[in-house]
Design a protein around this ligand. Sequence first.
Ligand code: SER
Length: 320
Amino acid sequence: MKNTILVIGACGQIGTELTLKLRDINGQNSIVASDIHEGSDELMHSGPFEFINAMDYESILNVIQKYQITEVYLMAAMLSATGEKYPEKAWELNMNSLFHVLNLAKAKKIKKVFWPSSIAVFGPTTPKINAPQETVMEPSTVYGISKQAGERWCEYYFNKFGVDVRSIRYPGIISWKAIPGGGTTDYAVDIYHRAILENKYTSFLSENTMLPMMYIDDAINATINIMDAPSETIKIRSSYNLAAMSFTPEELFNEIKKHLPSFEISYKTDFRQKIADSWPKSIDDSRAREDWGWNHSVGVKKMTSIMLDNLKIKYRTKIK
Ligand code: SER
């Protein structure tokens, strides 16, 4: 039987490009996008869309039945920085949505689930360099706590009920199509927009704050690859470490400056600095590479060219 996929949170930074790529691969009508608000024109016009509040079990179930959905990608979440402002809301959204989807899989309404975790599961007591797959995890943000608890629940549902749930711990994701919202790693996206629009940027993280990052194409490929991999190759059912590159705001600034020599940066840290300081600088993702063949292809140089080229076009067409 053909797979029919529901993406919940399809209008967010990752959901947007994931949905478009899945539509490219599987055909437009087998991928149903959903969110609490409409997304970009490209997303809205490339296939079916339904309004879903990820905390509402019934509306998820209705869409699953309407389209005979077989797989769900649950991309809705409140990220680290916003989560600190609305701790209870973040916990409710991040946990309830996951329980709904896991329970739908347990009840055999769907066959497979993708649920992203994050580097935010790590905390100040985790080794900073090459954070191992299995290590001390004492997250200090609500987002991190919800992702860590979520990982435990994913593994539990797999072991106890045979739910085929797959997960990766995304690092900071950099993309140009949709804007990220409420993350600590968002500076690494914003800096490109400001570079094109204003030729200067004020970073909310200090110049030497190194964090694990990834270009969106790699993140989307990882997501689709882990979902396509034979079940027995997915040996970790909590969540896989995933890495591509690590850099500091200063290093990213210097890379952009190679393209825009008069670009300027200043630093004004805020509450997000403490969150960033609690996360590892780099991640050991060897298990993902061994188990299901993960491989990244974009580094900071290539990413910077792609980001600047595309944003130049995007803003030129907007200004006209
Ligand atoms: N990008 C996320 C954040 O900054 C980390 O998963 O919250």
